[in-house]
Design a protein around this ligand. Structure first.
Ligand code: 3HC
Ligand code: NAI
Length: 693
C-alpha cells in the first residue's frame, strides 16, 4: 500500500486515509492508492463499509495540476471514481477544508458525504481552462439539478458546507474528529442496513431553456473563453444521455479543453499567483509584524477604496483628511460604495454597518500614534508626500509600517523624509482599490526584509494578489502601460481612430480599449505624467502630441464629457469625438506624416510588443523578479485576458524570435522607442524563452 493512502481496519469498517501534503492533490500515487484501497475493501468479506478521510489541512483539492500536459499514468481519475461508485459496500466521504475538482468528484462517487461546517466544495476546473473530467458534470446535476450544477460548474465558485447541505451535496454537517465522525456515520448506515446509494443511478430533469440561457450568458460574459461553453455542453449531456454515454462525452470535452492553449495559459496564471509570494533572498520564515489596526491618509478616490479593503476583512482603519468637509465627503463615499453592494444584493445592510463601523474618520495625526500600519494616499506631489511622511515619522510608534500608495514617485526619496526608511514600503493599489485584486508591493532600497515580508502578508490578508516590485518610474505595470498608451496615441496620429484601436485590443481580449481606459482615468493625469517624463527622454524619443491638443481644449476624458471620445450628458458610452480629427491631422502634420489606414493586426502588435520590450528591460534591471510576476500584474491590474496567460507568456507562445524581428522592424520604421531590449536579444540568441529565466 502506498504511503500517501493508508487503510486502517476499524472493526467491520475500512478507514481510508489520504495523506499527500499540502492539499492532498490526486496525483498518480494517490489515485493508485485509492483504487487499491477501495478494491481491497471490496474484496474483504469482513469489511462492510468504507470511510474516506484526508489528513492535513484539507480534503483532496483536485487533480494534481502539475500532471496536466504530461503523459497520463494509469489509473486515471475517472477509473478510480467509477470503482468507488460501483463498490457494493456503502462509503462515506468526510470533508474538511476544500473538496475541489477531482476531490469533490471522488466525494460524489462515495455513497454518502458529510463535512465540517467550515468546509467548502466546488468544481473550479473552469478557472484553469478545464471542465470537471471525472464525472463531475454528470453526477452534480443528478444530485442538485441542472440550474445549480450549471452555476457551480460554469462559475467554478465553491459553496460553503451549510449551502452544500441545502443543495443535497452533503448529507450532514459533523464536528469533532474526522475519522470518528465518519465511523459513526458508517455504523449508523450499517445499523439501518442502508447499502450503497449511487449518484450515477439518479435521474436528472432536463431543462432546454435553462441551458440555452446559460449558453447565451456565457457567450456574453465570457467572450473568447473556450472551456465555459464546454462545461454547459457537458451538463447538457447529463440531461440527454445515460450515465455511461454522458461520462464518455464529458471525457471528450475534457480532452478538448486539456489540449486547448487556454488551459496552459490559465494554469500558468495559477502557478504564477503562487510563485509571486516567493521572494528571492527573503526566507519563508522571515518574521512579520502583526497588523491589528491601520490608517489611511487622504480620503480621495484611492484612500476610500483602501480603507474599505481593510474594513472588508475586519481590520479597523482610521481615515485621515485635511478638514471636516473633506472627511465627511470621504466617509459618505465609503458609505455610498457599500450601499451599492447592498443594492446589488452582495452585502447585507447589517454587514455594511459593521464594515463602516470599522472606519473611523480622524483629522489629527496624533490619532495615528498607535496604529500598526499607515498608508498614504494624498495628492501625487513630492512636496505633499514630504509633509505627510515627516508628520508620520514624528507621531507613529516605533515599528509601525509606513506605506505610500504613490503610483509613480520615487519611493526612496519618500522614505528619506523619515528617520526610519527601513519601515517604509510602497503599497500600490489599483483603482477601484476595493475591487482590483492587484497590489504592487514596492521594495525601496532601504526597506527591511521584515517590512517587505509583512507587506506581502498584508496583501494576502486583504485578499489581494501581492507582487513585489522595485523602484522606478511607474514600477512594473504603469511603466509598461506608458509604452502601450504612447503607441496607441501614435497609431491615432498615423491614421487609426480611437474606436478602431480599442476594438482591435478588445478583440485581442483586453477588458477595455487603451483609449477608453485613458478617458476613464482622466487625461489631466496622463498629461501631468507626460510633463514629468519629458525632461528624461532619450535622444530620438519623441512624443505624440494629440494629448496636448485634447488637454488644451479642456477635454480631459469622461469627467469633462470629452476626451479621445465624447460622452454626451454624463453618458459612459464612448461616442466619436468630432473635434479629434483636426487634432490628429495637426499632430500628423507636425510629425511630417500623412494619415493612412492602419490594420488591426498592426495595432495589436504595436501595443503588445511595446509591453514585451519594456518588460524585458524591467526584468533585466531586476525591477520584477520573474516573467510570471509581470504576467500576473497584467492579468490582475490591466485587464489582460487570463486565457492568454499574460504578455510574456503570450510572447513566448508567439516565439521570441518573431517578436524580436517585429520589434527590429518597428525600430527601423518608428525610431528610438523601439530599440530592442538587450534581454530580448540575449534570449533569442540563446534560443530561450521568458519562461526559462
Ligand atoms: N495540484 C497541484 N498543486 C496544487 C493544487 C493542485 N490541485 N492545489 C494547490 N496546489 C499547490 C499550490 O501550487 C501550492 O504549492 P506551493 O506551496 O509549492 O506554491 C500549495 O499547493 C498550496 O496552495 P495555495 O498556496 O493555493 O494554498 P491555499 O491554502 O491558499 O489554497 C486551495 C488552497 C484552495 C486548495 C487552492 O490551492 C486551490 O484552489 N487549488 C486548486 C484547486 C483546483 O483547481 N482543483 C481542480 C483541479 S483540476 C481537476 O481536479 C480536474 C478533474 O476534474 C479531473
Ligand atoms: P485624490 O485627489 O482623489 O485624493 C487625494 C486626497 O488626499 C484628497 O481627498 C485630499 O483632500 C487628500 N489630501 C491631500 N493632502 C492631504 C494631507 N496632507 N493630509 C490628508 N489628506 C490629504 O487622489 P487619488 O486619485 O486618490 O490618488 C492618491 C494617491 O494614490 C496618489 O499618490 C496617486 O498617484 C495614487 N494612485 C492613484 C490611482 C488612481 O487611479 N487614482 C491608482 C494608484 C495610485
Amino acid at each position: 500500500m502506498s504511503q500517501v493512502v493508508r487503510v486502517e481496519r476499524q472493526g467491520d469498517v475500512a478507514l481510508i486515509k489520504v495523506d499527500n501534503p499540502p492539499v492532498n492533490a490526486l496525483g498518480h500515487a494517490v489515485r493508485d492508492g485509492l483504487l487499491r484501497a477501495f478494491r481491497e475493501a471490496e474484496a474483504y468479506a469482513a469489511v462492510r463499509a468504507v470511510v474516506l478521510v484526508c489528513e492535513g489541512r484539507t480534503f483532496m483539492a483536485g487533480a494534481d495540476i502539475k500532471e496536466f500536459g504530461k503523459p497520463p499514468q494509469a489509473p486515471s481519475l475517472p477509473e478510480v471514481v467509477e470503482a468507488i461508485e460501483a463498490s457494493s459496500k456503502p462509503s462515506v466521504a468526510v470533508i474538511h477544508g476544500t473538496a475541489l475538482g477531482g476531490g469533490l468528484e471522488v466525494a460524489l462517487a462515495c455513497h454518502y458525504r458529510v463535512a465540517l461546517v467550515d468546509a467548502q466544495v466546488g468544481l473550479p476546473e473552469v478557472k484553469i481552462g478545464l471542465l470537471p473530467g471525472a464525472g463531475g458534470t454528470q453526477r452534480l446535476p443528478r444530485l442538485v439539478g441542472v440550474e445549480k450544477a450549471l452555476e457551480m460548474i460554469v462559475s467554478g465558485n465553491p459553496v460553503k458546507a451549510p449551502q452544500a447541505l441545502e443543495y443535497g451535496i452533503l448529507d450532514a454537517i459533523v464536528e469533532g474528529d474526522l475519522a470518528e465522525a465518519g465511523l459513526a456515520c458508517a455504523r449508523r448506515l450499517l445499523d439501518e442496513a442502508r447499502g450503497p446509494r449511487r449518484t450515477g443511478e439518479r435521474q436528472v430533469q432536463g431543462d432546454a431553456a435553462l441551458i440555452a440561457a446559460k449558453r447565451a450568458e456565457v457567450e456574453k460574459r465570457m467572450p473568447g473563453l473556450f472551456s465555459p461553453l464546454r462545461c454547459v455542453e457537458a451538463v447538457e449531456a447529463a440531461t440527454q444521455l445515460p450515465l455511461a454515454d454522458g461520462l464518455k462525452r464529458e471525457r471528450e470535452l475534457f480532452q478538448q479543453c486539456l489540449e486547448s492553449p487556454q488551459r496552459a495559459a490559465l494554469i500558468h496564471a495559477f502557478f504564477a499567483e503562487r510563485e509571486a509570494a516567493k521572494i528571492a533572498g527573503l526566507p519563508a520564515d522571515t518574521p512579520v509584524r502583526e497588523v491589528r489596526s491601520a490608517a489611511v491618509i487622504g480620503g480621495g478616490t484611492m484612500g476610500v477604496g483602501i480603507a474599505l479593503c481593510f474594513a472588508n476583512v475586519g481590520i479597523p482603519v482610521k481615515l485621515l483628511e485635511i478638514d471636516p468637509s473633506a472627511l465627511d465627503g470621504a466617509l459618505q463615499r465609503a458609505r455610498g460604495t457599500c450601499q451599492a453592494s447592498v443594492e446589488r444584493g452582495s452585502l447585507s445592510a447589517e454587514a455594511m454597518e459593521k464594515r463602516l463601523g470599522l472606519i473611523q474618520g480622524v483629522l489629527d495625526y496624533e490619532a495615528l500614534a498607535d496604529v500598526d500600519l499607515v498608508i498614504e494616499a494624498v495628492f501625487e506631489s513630492m512636496e505633499v508626500k514630504r509633509q505627510v511622511f515627516e508628520r508620520l515619522d514624528a507621531v507613529c510608534k516605533p515599528g509601525a509600517i509606513l506605506a505610500s500608495n504613490t503610483s509613480s514617485l520615487d519611493l526612496d526619496e519618500i522614505a528619506a523624509f523619515t528617520q526610519r526608511p527601513q519601515d517604509v514600503v510602497g503599497l500600490h493599489f489599483f483603482s477601484p482599490a476595493n475591487v482590483m485584486r492587484l497590489l504592487e508591493v514596492v521594495r525601496g532600497k532601504a526597506t527591511s526584509a521584515e517590512v517587505l515580508a509583512s507587506a506581502m502578508q498584508i496583501g494576502k490578508r486583504l485578499k489581494k494578489i501581492a507582487v513585489a516590485v522595485g523602484v522606478c518610474d511607474g514600477f512594473v505595470g504603469n511603466r509598461m502601460i506608458f509604452q502601450y498608451g504612447r503607441q496607441a496615441e501614435f497609431l491615432l496620429e498615423e491614421g487609426a481612430s480611437p474606436a478602431q484601436v480599442d476594438k482591435a485590443l478588445r478583440d485581442f481580449g483586453m477588458a477595455m480599449g487603451a483609449l477608453a481606459v485613458r478617458d476613464l482615468s482622466g487625461l489631466d493625469i496622463s498629461h501631468a505624467i507626460r510633463a514629468r517624463q519629458r525632461p528624461n527622454l532619450k535622444p530620438g524619443q519623441t512624443l505624440p502630441t494629440v494629448l496636448d491638443h485634447l488637454y488644451a481644449a479642456g477635454m480631459l476624458g469622461q469627467k469633462t464629457g470629452a476626451g479621445f471620445y465624447l460622452y454626451p450628458e454624463g453618458s459612459r458610452t464612448p461616442q466619436e469625438n468630432p473635434a479629434l480629427q483636426a487634432m490628429l491631422e495637426a499632430s500628423a502634420a507636425a510629425r511630417g506624416i500623412t494619415r493612412q489606414p492602419v490594420s488591426d493586426e498592426h495595432i495589436v502588435e504595436r501595443c503588445l510588443f511595446s509591453l514585451v520590450n519594456e518588460a524585458a528591460r524591467i526584468l533585466d534591471e531586476g525591477i520584477a523578479q520573474r516573467a510570471s510576476d509581470v504576467d500576473l500584474i497584467f492579468l490582475n491590474g490591466y485587464g489582460f485576458p487570463a486565457w492568454r496567460g499574460g504578455p510574456l507568456f503570450h510572447a513566448d507562445r508567439l516565439g521570441l524570435d518573431h517578436v524580436l524581428q517585429r520589434i527590429r522592424e518597428f525600430h527601423q520604421r518608428f525610431g528610438a522607442w523601439w530599440e530592442p531590449a538587450p534581454l530580448l536579444e540575449r534570449l533569442v540568441a540563446e534560443g530561450r524563452r521568458f519562461a526559462d529565466l
